[in-house]
Design a protein around this ligand. Structure first.
Ligand code: TXA
Ligand code: MG
Length: 322
């Protein structure tokens, strides 16, 4: 699984791999994706195999722009056009009624398809070179931390991937926000890199998923995005009191020396105190902590405004025992 820099030539070769039914990991502004030709069930099946997903979880279909949705979704009403105009290209995924052209494997048999127009120049170049939609989940083994660098993908998926296009660290570091627009009222399926506060002026109030139905968006299942070490969510800032050995700290800001000395290793999500910075660092910090051979990772609370809401969501799921 060569990691190659995302030069024009390598993007063209990656498109060729996709065109012939292969799978390629590529950068997006949120996290790295593991892509396949979205219209080829055989290619998409290889994505599920590489991720070792125990059950089929529907994939997000990435397209170059609104025009590329023709033939994939049943209708593009005003509401969809308005929200797409405001946030695409970008970290917003819309769940829309699908046409028969989208393979059932991609949507895990659902009548809807999740679509997104990524902003990352390498993702866009790959879509342009292929000229077809790319189905791509985050490029991590099922249930594990999302990758925000090519190295994360290489360490986690290894030989299961033919090519990894390296486009540097993902700038946002948090997955897209998923909104279901297939019904009358918009439903927030996953908080993510577009804050709800920015969506509601356009879409009106977002409903929470009707019941606790993991089948609606399996990425919403209680335990997800998990590192191997056990995560414990602290109620307040960490102190140096009674910290067992082999415990790491995921702090929000950089802690005082006495506190960091009490832990085997410490990572700070946002030295500046900014939640956007915290989002960009989240998965990289967790990956580093998870490689430090720890028994547990203690996690300070993050401020619950803006992207802090989505960060807290990921941390809570990562802490749920599998
Ligand atoms: O930022 C992102 O969204 C990244 C990048 C690569 O685009 N992708 C990503 O994909 O996070 P993944 O597969 O890790 O998460 C997609 C989530 C899953 O929880 C899946 O269940 C949900 O989207 N999903 C996909 N299609 C759906 C559908 N038709 N209805 C409801 N949920 C859907
Ligand atoms: Mg994922």
């Amino acid at each position: 699984m060569p990691v190659v820099s995302a030069t024009d030539e390598n993007v063209a070769r990656a498109a060729e791999i996709l065109r012939t039914g292969g799978i390629v990991a590529f950068p997006t502004e949120t996290v790295y994706g593991l892509g396949a030709d979205a219209l080829s069930p055989a290619a998409c099946a290889r994505v599920f195999a590489a991720k070792r997903r125990p059950e089929f979880d529907p994939l997000i279909v990435h397209v170059e722009g609104m025009d590329a949705l023709d033939g994939l979704v049943l209708r593009l009403d005003d509401r969809i056009r308005r929200v797409a105009a405001a946030f695409w290209p970008g970290p917003l995924t819309l769940v829309l009624p699908k046409t028969p052209r989208v393979p059932d494997l991609v949507t895990a048999g659902r009548p809807t398809v999740a679509v997104r127009v990524p902003a990352h120049p390498v993702a866009r170049a790959l879509l342009a070179a292929l000229g077809r939609p790319i189905a791509a989940p985050s490029a991590n083994p099922f249930g594990y931390l999302s990758p925000t660098t090519a190295e994360h993908v290489a360490l986690q998926l290894g030989d299961a991937v033919e090519w990894i296009l390296d486009g540097g660290p993902s700038s946002l570091g948090l997955e897209s926000t998923i909104v279901d627009l297939s019904g009358d009222r918009p439903v927030l399926l996953r908080p993510g890199a577009v804050e709800v506060e920015r969506l509601e002026p356009i879409l009106g109030a977002l409903d929470a998923p009707a019941t606790h139905d993991p089948a609606r968006a399996p990425g919403l299942s209680e335990s997800h995005y998990a590192p191997h070490a056990r995560l414990r969510l602290l109620d307040g800032p960490a102190t140096s009191d009674r910290v067992p050995s082999r415990v790491g700290l995921l702090a929000f800001r950089r802690p005082e020396r006495a506190v960091s000395d009490a832990f085997a290793t410490t990572e700070a999500l946002a030295p500046s105190g900014d939640v956007v910075e915290a989002a960009a660092n989240l998965f990289a910090c967790l990956h580093r902590l998870d490689r430090a051979n720890l028994d547990a990772i203690w996690v300070e609370p993050v401020p619950l405004h803006g992207l802090g809401v989505a960060i807290a969501d990921r941390l809570r799921r990562a802490a749920a025992r599998r």
